[in-house]
Design a protein around this ligand. Sequence first.
Ligand code: PLP
Length: 382
Amino acid sequence: MIKQLLLAPGPTPVPARVRAAIARPIIHHRTPQFGQLFGRAREGLRELFGTASDVVTLSASGTGAMEAAIVNCFAPGDKVLVVNGGKFGERWLKLAQTYSLVPIELRVEWGHAVKVDDVERVLGENPDIRGVLIQGSETSTTACHPVEQIAALTRTRDVLLVVDGITAVGVYDVPMDKWGIDVLVTGSQKAMMLPPGLAFIALSDRAWQRAASVCQPRFYFDLARERASQAKNSTAYTPAISLIFGLDEALTMMREEGYPRIYARHARCAQATRAAATALGLKLLAPDSPSPAATGAFMPEGVDGGKLHGYLRDKMGVAFAGGQDHLKGKILRIAHIGYMGAFDTIDAVAALEMALRHFGHPVELGRGVGAAQEVLMSALPD
Ligand SMILES: *Cc1c(COP(=O)(O)O)cnc(C)c1O
């Protein structure tokens, strides 16, 4: 037996309380019992999103909610600005192309944040842009984009700001209404301590207005229809009932811990991981605007990141994420979201040190762990 430790930025570990809730006997969804539970979860989702609007729950992975954002808010021929700084920015681009929007791509070097000035310039040059599609946290490059500042630009224009918050919502504070985000999307398997299978999407008032006037084929992801059902604590189609049991429990756990404490925990584990990587002489992938969701680090010269990642997973039982596309085999991504804490970070760093040593990189064992501990000491209770 090799004990497994899942430290990838999604799917993430699911706590026993949530797993027990998911294991409960199924109930019928057209019942007062389901309505009561779903109503409570809907309240919790509003709190999580920082919005007074409805948060619509979909049975889909996160990409389903991204697709819902596109088909409800944009018509064929609509010009949109796509911030493309990684695999998930690229996904916005593909979705926009699929539905015949006219994307203007703003490419960002992987590992970096988009510059607000560049967004402002493109918006100025193209006054007919109808939306900005962006990630809060670009999980593939472990960088964060400055969504709050971009919202200040879109708020005063007839431009919808559509944010893929799949590793942002519940990771750090993304107050939708306060910042003026128009469409915010997340998925169950990242910060929400749930298995994959649910996606969530909220629209601002003006985004709902846009949705009412946009002509684009849609059926399962027709958000107006879904919202009308969910306003009555029901769903248009059969919901993923078991996952909604889990959702209710996970939201309860998040409320018990308190969002400020959750965000501080993620930030601290991220800081500790960065300190450890730096102490081990590893170069950070996103040094200037690192995401608190996951830390990406380049593997040292001569160490094959793909082999190291596979060895950690298959021989040591520690699953990190590797790199994609041109970063394949070059980086490792270590997550610190959802049901993860200080000692997952310590485990992560200890395992990384041992694997690096195994692959011939000179590592002073404990150096990274010590650096992480120094950061984590700051949050030890009295
Ligand atoms: C995980 C992730 C997605 C993809 O979600 P799926 O649930 O795999 O469809 C999209 N965007 C970001 C930023 C993610 O981290």
